[in-house]
Write a protein that binds this ligand. Structure first.
Ligand SMILES: [Zn+2]
Length: 232
């Protein structure tokens, strides 16, 4: 809660103006600068998510979702061993990057819907676009991994990294394990950021925020898994 310094009314912690007298409660943020905000997410995540939530314009969220989608889709390729189905590297990359852009928008959208429904049920007074924005910015580690680690995986293993025939582990055991661990750590970093983001929107409660995050991710993953199974 934010107390108005003029009339002492209690306001929502993400409110810019007092609901009673209209006075300013905190500094208004018009736009988000991509690199400044991304760096803030790395350095001071809870401060960054607060800033993202209260900003008037939520810049770059579709762009970030698209980039994260490339990371998400190549992870799915690894999980479903798509490298065994597509042999041409060029085709593999073409599908991964173009479908990844759409995949990212869908995943970030569904995750935001799930979290937003929880917050709505809790009457937290948080808008959908606030959830969508912090979810997109939480995916920054996944984007870093897609830009740095994914090319190394592809340069080292080609499509074999995402398949079983031949097993990438048998080809280069150390490189394979190291790349998977680094990739996993970036994923974990994103999960921690998403938790901090949800907690920042809710105002309080780490445990409940973690529960909301966990259930939302499981529901969205199951949904996507079943949609993919239905299509293929
Ligand atoms: Zn007031």
């Amino acid at each position: 809660m934010l107390e108005c310094s003029v009339c002492k009314t209690q306001n929502h912690h993400l409110a810019i103006n007092c609901s009673s007298c209209g006075g300013y409660l905190q500094q208004k943020i018009e736009t988000l600068d991509l690199f400044e905000t991304a760096w803030m997410v790395v350095e001071h995540p809870s401060k960054a998510f607060h800033k993202i939530a209260i900003s008037t314009h939520k810049n770059y969220i579709l762009f970030l979702s698209a980039l994260a989608g490339i990371g998400f889709l190549f992870s799915a390729f690894w999980f479903y061993k798509i490298g065994d189905l597509i042999f041409s590297l060029l085709r593999f990359l073409g599908i991964g990057i173009s479908a990844g852009i759409i995949f990212g928008e869908v995943i970030i959208f569904l995750l935001s819907i799930a979290v937003w429904l929880f917050l709505k049920a809790e009457r937290k007074g948080v808008k959908f676009r606030q959830v969508f924005a912090v979810t997109a910015y939480s995916s920054i580690p996944i984007i870093i991994s897609a830009i740095i680690i994914l090319p190394i995986e592809i340069l080292t293993f080609g499509t074999h990294f995402f398949g079983t025939n031949p097993s990438p582990y048998l080809l280069k055991p150390l490189s394979y394990v190291v790349l998977l661990v680094i990739d996993g750590l970036f994923g974990l970093w994103s999960l921690i950021l998403f938790l901090i983001a949800i907690k920042q929107l809710r105002g309080i409660g780490w445990l409940r925020s973690a529960m909301i995050e966990f259930i939302s991710i499981v529901v969205v993953l199951l949904l996507i898994h079943n949609i993919l199974r239905f299509i293929f």
